[in-house]
Design a protein around this ligand. Structure first.
Ligand SMILES: *[C@@H]1O[C@H](CO)[C@@H](O)[C@H](O)[C@H]1NC(C)=O
Ligand SMILES: *[C@@H]1O[C@H](CO)[C@@H](O)[C@H](O)[C@H]1NC(C)=O
Ligand SMILES: *[C@@H]1O[C@H](CO)[C@@H](O)[C@H](O)[C@H]1NC(C)=O
Ligand SMILES: *[C@@H]1O[C@H](CO)[C@@H](O)[C@H](O)[C@H]1NC(C)=O
Ligand SMILES: *[C@@H]1O[C@H](CO)[C@@H](O)[C@H](O)[C@H]1NC(C)=O
Ligand SMILES: *[C@@H]1O[C@H](CO)[C@@H](O)[C@H](O)[C@H]1NC(C)=O
Ligand SMILES: *[C@@H]1O[C@H](CO)[C@@H](O)[C@H](O)[C@H]1NC(C)=O
Length: 818
């Protein structure tokens, strides 16, 4: 048996070696291939050769994935002229022209190039691109011909969709006629370069769908084409080229395909199921049908009927409108918009419209843009060109606006020209709405709002000094493009099955950006599934952050990410499951807490310190967690602590140790003063949070919400008071079972107090903290005053208003710079 296995293995090794020897990856004028030969890319990713399909069957030259069990064609050469009842040859001419010839020697297909080569070779690359180049010339700019310039129905990562304005080359996808007929079908997907370039799907000449213009980072109307951890859309528009392309950072086969029925899908290979699955379809719903609501109509998928007229407009034909025929669109109630006191009304959350003409000025400010549009009576609307800028760039629309839809939480602002009377109407209703909001708020929680405003005002005054400084840019995109993410992708259906369709019974908590569910995979493995709440813009950022950071981290004291799922609008993270839940559910629970003896507590403290040290110093990245707290420390079945929730973590470059943010996010009670008040964070902010956890562990009490009959100090202040009165051991948890070595406990408290000192520079780094905890002999300095040791260490108003508004457990945004 073993021998048989051995020789089978030997045979398969030999045969794969042979295969590699025989499989050539180039075609030269001296070496053609016939219809029983193929060439394979150097990394064994793609294969090119002839294939037979259809009835009556024809032979086509194609490229497919070499190692997938399902033959998937990504390119077809002679789509319109199959070889029928004939064998074929693929030849490379001395001039660098590829040709397919049939049995009787007639050329039935050939490549076309304006240039010729001296020593041409044709090679299949690992990207799936089949190129003709001069031997020895590896510059991809100088390919004589490439299959990527003549797409079929598939857009592979790195392939360009769009125009080369110099040569006039237009690359676009054309569907197959049917699943066994590669000849060009009716659907095309191309870049429409007029005005603001956008992607357009057509059936014959009829426009079915458009992406909306690209405005700096994404398309106006296609939320699914956003950057996500594994997918980066790229749009280039300059004097020479206008094209769309994309990058994939996961190491899995992945492609866009225009199906025979005209849907543009992004598919990804799933190894476990050995099949393709659709990550998303570019057209999502009915409102994506081009011009469904006619001109000046607006489509909302959550309303019934879907179409409505923009405010200030009415149906052109109310009869048609009543029978749900919206194509006629809407007209102005008051058509006086030419130098008759007209102005603009800003609509938000829209997919930018189509019109007969756009104009773009990338240098104009938004104020000049408005003035420009106002001047010309056929200018119907204007908007910012690039939302990333601070107002730079101007787009103006001429003629009727069409194909507008609401894209809540994603779309852009559009200012539409309105008559004076319509303007008055708008001003009126928006005032009314404001009044309603204010009056209800006052009746519900007036006191709270006023308190909050006072508190925010005080803090805002301190912040205003910094308001002009730019936000420190430690963007995660840097990591994204530098290193590959090799994170398993889960199928959404798998996650649904594992969590019993996210049933309430399976919910085990609330993470930084959404609920957390317990699940069980088919293999029986238990997992924790964190699901990004819908329409959460900030949540998406945190999700990305978490995926990118944590997928690169491996340490026994950090929670392990098993994979993620990005499908349509669903974003979920899949972690190993922690049966002992989070630390706070243990140490703040009077029934569970007593079982936690000194040894265990000490081990957990040291474990957290190790995890943090790894983040700060030992991982390839330098990471500040920014939201370390008892509820973000999970315990496995052996009570090993694991730090979790990296949604707010920040990565530091090189020697940088400090940064500032206008958006202070964290958890009250664990945030050091320099961060909560000034937005400064550094490795020492995490040290502070660690100190708080340490003191909570030994005392069994929460820092925030700590109460003592004799004074108004919080846990930190109380611990410091006891320390100075040399009664530190009174801090120890009275519910702790068994004895503990007193010197060790005192030492531990001292380390905790050192970590929570007011001044960041006085706090030890994590490396020192570990040394202090581990070694008996090292002498420790006396701790200074802790930061936030009393409720009163913020001003009275600040702390009481913030304290009341902010719950202890939630991660909150304290200050948000504008
Ligand atoms: C294709 O070429 C190979 C190698 O030259 C040869 O062995 C084979 O018989 C050819 N097949 C056909 C169908 O001509
Ligand atoms: C191909 O061959 C089959 C049978 O050999 C024949 O019936 C058919 O007409 C041929 N088709 C063409 C296009 O020559
Ligand atoms: C080869 O192609 C030519 C031109 O299309 C055609 O006339 C001829 O019949 C083909 N030969 C075979 C064997 O199919
Ligand atoms: C080949 O290119 C020339 C000019 O570059 C063009 O006129 C001709 O139509 C092209 N032929 C094909 C088959 O694309
Ligand atoms: C595409 O298929 C239809 C029927 O499915 C057929 O009528 C049509 O001729 C085909 N088009 C081409 C170009 O082969
Ligand atoms: C996309 O990927 C290619 C190859 O990995 C790389 O050269 C290029 O810089 C990437 N582009 C972006 C915008 O990330
Ligand atoms: C207004 O804009 C349109 C469209 O660009 C243009 O044709 C027309 O000449 C402009 N009118 C004036 C007065 O500038």
């Amino acid at each position: 048996m073993g021998k048989l296995k051995g020789s089978l293995l030997f045979l398969s090794v030999v045969s794969s070696l042979l295969e590699r020897l025989i499989a050539v990856d180039t075609i030269t004028p001296a070496r053609s291939i016939n219809d029983s030969q193929t060439i394979v890319s150097p990394g064994q990713k793609f294969e090119l050769g002839f294939f037979k399909i259809g009835n009556p069957s024809g032979q086509y030259l194609g490229i497919w994935y070499k190692n997938l069990p399902i033959r998937t064609f990504v390119w077809v050469g002679n789509r319109e002229s199959p070889l029928i009842n004939s064998s074929g040859l693929l030849k490379l001419g001395d001039d660098g022209r590829l040709a397919i010839v049939n049995e009787s020697g007639s050329v039935i297909w050939s490549s076309n190039s304006s240039r010729t080569a001296k020593m041409p070779v044709a090679q299949l690359l690992d990207t799936g691109n089949f190129v003709v180049k001069d031997a020895g010339d590896d510059n991809d700019e100088s390919y004589i011909w490439q299959s990527f310039d003549y797409p079929s129905d598939t857009l592979l990562p790195g392939m360009k969709l769009g125009w080369n304005t110099k040569t006039g080359l237009n690359r676009y996808l054309t569907s197959w006629n049917s699943s066994d007929d590669p000849s060009p079908g009716e659907y095309t997907y191309s870049v429409d370069p007029r005005g603001l370039p956008q992607l357009v799907l057509r059936k014959g000449p009829v426009e079915l769908f458009r992406s909306g213009p690209w405005y700096g980072t994404q398309f106006s109307g296609v939320p699914v084409l956003q950057v996500n951890p594994v997918f980066t859309p790229i749009f280039v528009s300059n004097a020479d080229e206008v094209y769309y392309t994309y990058n994939i950072t996961a190491n899995i086969p992945s492609r866009f395909m225009l199906s025979q029925s005209g849907s543009v899908q992004h598919l990804s290979w799933n190894d476990r199921h050995s099949n393709w699955y659709v990550l998303f379809t570019v057209q999502e719903d009915r409102c994506d049908n081009y011009g469904l609501c006619g001109s000046y109509g607006i489509c909302n998928i959550n309303k019934s009927p879907n179409c409505d007229c923009l405010k200030g407009f009415e149906p052109k034909s109310s009869k048609d409108w009543e029978v749900l025929d919206w194509a006629g669109g809407c007209v102005r109630k008051d058509p006086r918009i030419c130098h008759e006191g007209e102005g603009f009304v800003k609509f938000t959350g829209l997919k930018l419209p189509d019109a007969s003409q756009f104009r773009v000025n990338v240098r104009m400010t938004i104020e000049d843009c408005e003035a420009e549009c106002l001047k010309n009576c056929s200018c119907a609307a204007y908007a910012k060109f690039d939302i990333r800028g601070t107002g730079n760039g101007c787009v103006t629309w001429y003629g009727d606006l069409i194909d507008i839809r609401e894209v809540p939480g994603y779309g852009q602002d559009l200012s539409i020209r309105m008559s004076a009377s319509a303007l008055a109407l708008h001003a009126d209703t928006s005032n009314k709405r404001k009044n309603v909001i204010i009056s209800t708020s006052i009746s519900v929680a007036s006191a709270m709002i006023i308190l909050a405003l006072i508190g925010w005002f005080v803090i805002w005054k301190r912040k205003i000094v910094r308001a002009n400084q730019p936000e420190n840019q430690m963007t995660i995109s840097k990591v994204e493009s530098q290193e590959d993410l090799e994170l398993p992708l889960f199928e959404f259906a798998t996650i649904q099955a594992a969590t019993d369709n996210f049933s309430a019974a399976n919910k085990i908590g609330e993470g930084g950006f959404g609920p957390v569910y317990k699940g069980e995979l088919q293999s029986g493995q238990e997992v924790a599934v964190k699901r990004l709440a819908e329409n959460s813009g900030q949540g998406l950022q945190e999700f990305k952050n978490e995926v990118i950071l944590i997928s690169k981290l491996q340490h026994r004291n950090l929670v392990k990410l098993l994979g993620c799922c990005i499908e349509r609008e669903e974003r979920t993270l899949i972690y190993e499951y922690m049966p002992n839940r989070s630390l706070d559910s243990l140490i703040f629970d009077e029934t569970r807490r007593p079982s936690l003896d000194w040894r265990r507590r000490h081990d957990i403290i040291v474990g957290i310190a190790r995890g943090l040290l790894y983040l700060h110093r030992d991982s390839r990245l330098r990471i500040i967690h920014r939201d370390l707290k008892a509820s973000n420390v999970l315990l496995d079945n052996e009570m090993n602590p694991k730090i979790s929730d990296f949604g707010l973590a920040r990565m530091f470059g090189g020697d940088q140790t400090e940064a500032n943010t206008k958006r202070v996010v964290g958890t009250y009670g664990y945030m050091p003063p320099e961060y909560a008040i000034d937005g400064n964070f550094s490795l020492k902010s995490d040290v502070f949070s660690f100190g708080v956890i340490l003191l909570e562990m030994v005392s069994g009490k929460k820092n925030r919400g700590f109460f003592h009959p004799d004074h108004k100090l919080n846990l930190l202040g109380h611990a410091w008071k006891l320390w100075n009165e040399e009664k530190a051991l009174e801090l120890m948890d009275e519910l702790m079972e068994q004895e503990y070595p007193e010197h060790e406990a005192i030492r531990c408290i001292q380390v905790g107090l050192l970590c929570v000192q007011q001044r960041p520079e006085d706090r030890p780094v994590m490396q020192t903290v570990l040394l202090m905890l581990d070694s008996e002999s090292m002498s420790l300095p006396q701790p200074g005053r802790p930061g936030f040791y009393a409720e009163r260490s913020l001003s009275e108003t600040e702390s009481s208003s913030l304290g009341k508004l902010i719950s202890n457990e939630m991660t909150v945004t304290l200050l948000e710079g504008r």
